[in-house]
Write a protein that binds this ligand. Structure first.
Ligand SMILES: *Cc1c(COP(=O)(O)O)cnc(C)c1O
Length: 246
């Protein structure tokens, strides 16, 4: 077993233990192996070890790696980072799932391109997650959701985002994504994930015709807490591949 296989085994073991604590099936959790900044050879190693879900956060890097591994159609490419609107077309052409929708402008650009490139027409709408800013940190991306319980204006804004996104022909809205504050105490991180889950439940109740049951949350330092709080997609880099050099 190589080093990456060993790390993968260890992460899976931790995922299993967290799922068990939460009384959730292990199969309800998708591990996204975040290969950003690593060369394409590492993606190949990860894939050979059994990691089929690959995460990238720069549009050009995603396009390059996907092209280099085009022969391997088993890889599912997740775009997990902030997206600038001028790069929306690259993601629309190369991503299989988009985790960080944080502006309606991006949603419209993605959808338009997906209609142009034929994916929408072929009923291959791009699965997306709305990124929500639950902590209220100014530095965090995402639709404002720090006071959604108490603030009717914020709730209405979130409702509207869901409503408008759900009707875009190129996109398939499937849930929420969030990031916990870096280095925060466990209780705070858990609270952020729990409030994201509750917001997701509220939106689901508001939109019974949609299926908003996916939650993208949890990274190397907090994926076990995220699983305990209901994450269906965790995005893990360092625990699998070590520290990134850049
Ligand atoms: C880099 C990144 C991750 C993975 O972070 P690690 O700490 O390496 O696990 C997850 N999500 C997003 C959005 C990222 O940019």
């Amino acid at each position: 077993m190589n080093d990456i296989q060993k790390r993968y085994e260890a992460v899976q073991e931790r995922m299993r233990a967290a799922a068990e604590r939460a009384k959730r099936p292990y199969s309800s959790i998708t591990l996204i192996a975040v290969t950003k900044r690593w060369p394409v050879e590492l993606v190949q190693v990860a894939r050979d070890a059994g990691m089929f879900h690959i995460g990238e956060n720069r549009a050009e890097e995603l396009a390059e790696k996907r092209a280099a591994l085009a022969a391997d159609t088993t890889i599912v490419w997740h775009f997990i980072g902030a997206l600038q609107s001028r790069k929306a077309a690259i993601v629309a052409d190369h991503a299989d799932t988009f985790h960080a929708l944080d502006r309606m402008k991006i949603a419209r650009r993605l959808s338009k391109r997906l209609e142009e490139n034929g994916r929408a027409a072929n009923n291959r709408r791009l699965p997306i997650f709305l990124e929500v800013n639950i902590s209220g940190e100014a530095s965090k991306a995402g639709f404002a959701a720090d006071r959604w319980r108490d603030d009717a204006t914020q709730r209405e804004a979130l409702r509207k985002v869901v409503e408008e996104t759900a009707v875009l022909p190129g996109l398939h809205l499937q849930g929420l994504m969030t990031m916990a504050p870096f280095g925060a105490p466990e209780t705070e991180i858990r609270d952020i994930f729990r409030r994201t889950r509750q917001l997701s439940d509220w939106l689901q109740a508001e939109f019974p015709a949609l299926t908003l049951d996916q939650l993208s949350m949890g990274m190397t330092d907090d994926f076990e807490i995220a699983i305990e709080e209901g994450a269906t997609h965790i995005r893990v880099g360092r625990a699998l591949f070590g520290e990134r050099l850049t």
